[in-house]
Design a protein. Sequence first.
Length: 644
Amino acid sequence: MSSVPVCYYGSTEPLPVRRPLRAGPLTLEYECGDLRYLRLGDREVIRRWYVAVRDRNWGTVPGQLSDENLETGPNYFRIEYRVEHRQGDIDFAWTGSISGTAEGTIAFRMDGTARSTFQRNRIGFCVLHPIRECAGARCRYERQESTTEESAFPRFISPTNPFHDLRAFSHEVAPGIWAELRFEGDLFEMEDQRNWTDASFKTFCTPLRLAFPVTIAEGSRICQTVTLRLHGRIPALPSEEPTTTFTIGTKVVGSLPRLGLSRASHGSPLTRGEVEKLRLLKPAHLRVELDLTTADVEDRLRGAVSEAELLGTKLEAAVTVSDAAWEETAALVRLLHVIQPTLVRVLLFHHRAWATPEHILQPGIEALPRYDASVPVYAGTTANFAELNRSRPPVDRIDGVCFSMHPQEHAFDNDSLAETTAALADVVASARQFCGSLPLAVTPITLRKRVNPYATGPAAPVSPGELPPQADERQMSLFGAGWTLGSLKYLAESGVDSATYYETTGWLGVMEREHGCPLPDRFPSWSGMVFPLFHVLAGAVEFAEADVLPSVSSHPLAFEGLVLSKNDTLRIMLANLTEQPRDIQLRGLPAETFVRVLDEDSYEYATRTDPIAFHEAPGEPRLTRDGTLKIRLRLYSYVRIDCD
């Protein structure tokens, strides 16, 4: 297969082939052993259905597919294949068979054997249920005791798993139509994956109440079957595709969050050229990590103050303490008086707890005002929303709540990342259930996981020539810009006060360092280039404190957008999240608009040749017809539209 432009998603490797299938009234897609987007008409029934092998630290062990055989018809299909998972001491192989019938029944079986002795946390099926259709929907479940109970999916994010010891689970897809899943080979339970910014509930095998990790002996066999059936009278389904539209509301839903950056973790100081570009982003703050249990706090703080002054901004200080918090915070206050940084907020954490424990709050609350009583003190987590949701802070004692987020806790492909942005609305709404009107700071936002709260052993060392696990080549891609825009849309429409995106420079940043990337073969950036996501943030901060208008994409997994209004000017920011071009209609616009496009044709100019000129260009004038503007979003493109 021919390669693709690296600008799309940071790699020249083509995406896996996806095949559309049908099982009677159900449509779905098959990709590399997984089923995705099972729909009954326009109603999504199951988001994804797959087999996972998770190691002792909950890392996903990738599989190698072979011996694939497909037989398809207009209303049925049969698939068989083989998968091998090899990583470290793990060697596990299984055969898969999937059948779909004209009645709408789908059976998925896996039959596997351990070819080595290893430790695992999970091996078997996972079924994802979409949040838009399922949150709050009626459900029925059959437990180990063969009793059937009625309930509903949680509307707000459940801190604990809502359903346990499942042998069967059904939910109401539409009035009078139920989708039933029946499980064989293990007990299953369900978790609310919105805790990790996944846009789904997940039904998975091997209940978490059982001890893990578990040693799997060589020769052990693992067999499971999951069967989906529809119950109820299914009406005739529409055959026409809906029009691709982007609809803009008129009622203001909030203001654009204050957008900041994190100080680069690589430790190199900013150069003059880097500062010139970064000042275009007008960062509202610069996040600095101050671990008071280490000896380099003063050097970190002085370096951060210097960079904040160059960027014309303030500091967001993430302060980590031990149980000696009284002494450590007192020493920090003395250091603050010497260095005199300007702080926008302080985030308090504990070096062994993933959510701020109450006993370290009082030292910070009492000590920090002795430096500057106007600086708010936040508590929360430096990990996922799950940790905050399970260990909620005393909101009557703090000035704000914080949590970080990333889109790759459970899955790593482009489509799975694109799905996560919508879950942010649920995360913010759920946080409001216990933090009320306190300001919410989402900090930091990264493309990959920074920390692993769930590890049961040390992480494997990074092999020479490989990227560290925190880095993702999509950081420098058009897809990275699209994901950034999608996440910003849902945070802005949900009323978040502050958001800290990425680092200043490097492969975790918004631009490459001027002296270049240390692994250009793995992270194909140019020296000093700005990444496409830079232009998304730059386009937003030009409208700092702007009103946010609600908007709806007719195909939110394919393209998303953010709409800002300020001083009688409307800014519409759109991104295509897929490898397919999209023709979109925007209605209710004035006669003249100005359109600027970042795609494969403008990529080099916008990121390398003259990114400042590209940012400052107003765009090409485009006339609407009867207030309607038709826009073609090319593959992974980002488009900015301005009008009065």
